[in-house]
Design a protein around this ligand. Sequence first.
Ligand code: SAM
Length: 295
Amino acid sequence: MSAREKLIANPKKTKKLLAKHHLVLKKSLGQNFLIDETILDQIVDAAGVDETTGVIEIGPGIGALTQVLAEKADRVLALEIDQRLKPLLKETLHDYPNATVHFADVLKADMKNLIEQTFRPESKIIVVANLPYYVTTPILMKLLTENLPVSSVVVMIQKEVADRMEADPGDKSYGSLSVAVQYHSEPKVVMNVPKTVFVPQPNVDSSVIKLDIRKEKQVDVSDEDFFFKVVKASFAQRRKTLLNNLMNNLLSKDDKPLIVDCLNKASIEPSRRGETLTIFEYANLSAYLQAHLHK
Ligand code: SAM
């Protein structure tokens, strides 16, 4: 059998495998499996996987993407929460000795340790996944904030969430998620994907987004926790001005003079809305607020 003939990414083979292993898919785990070889090739190409790459896949499902990744990469480490998939994955990944499945919840996994144990020290490590949509943001924030030796993250997610991650100041979908993702990475939507390439079809549209992890941040932030508190508070009520949001959600009405002073110092009009501020303005504002509060 040729390498391509072994691939399971088509409706017939997927249904046959699920029936053979008596598997009923769990909606609660975001189990929408890819059944289109072309889309898989496009994802793997967009990620730039080659024989020097170590790939982390989150949620291999029945192994459709894992197979294509293992064909191209040096090694693949897949993390799957659903233990029921063990025998099925054993079958579909039988001919790919460079692919290992670790059965665990990615949110609880010690990623640093797993990476160290799995990949060669010189490998370029990337994350490639068709993510479970119910838990996309926590997974991505974990990958972005744990200081892992990962150079990029290429993931299929809900289109609306991808749009928010990529949005610029002033865009309707610009929010605290845009600032958080863009603080850690350079996001770019690579393609939009129709619902028809999944079994079962999800209710929402999907996109593949590539997050190139920033080795150096574009803004200087001395206290990330405080910076993100300022950002979250600024977007808390989208119709309210920045001044009102900061009074109501970060400090108090009594702090109005202090906030106005900091906004002036940062050259930001108090009547502006959170959705108009660039990441540079947020960094500047949070530095002034922090300096003031610790006087
Ligand atoms: N990669 C496969 C594909 O593209 O056909 C399956 C993708 S499916 C959208 C998401 C997979 O993530 C499911 O197999 C699900 O069981 C798994 N999953 C859900 N929550 C998870 C978690 N917290 N940790 C690891 N895997 C998880």
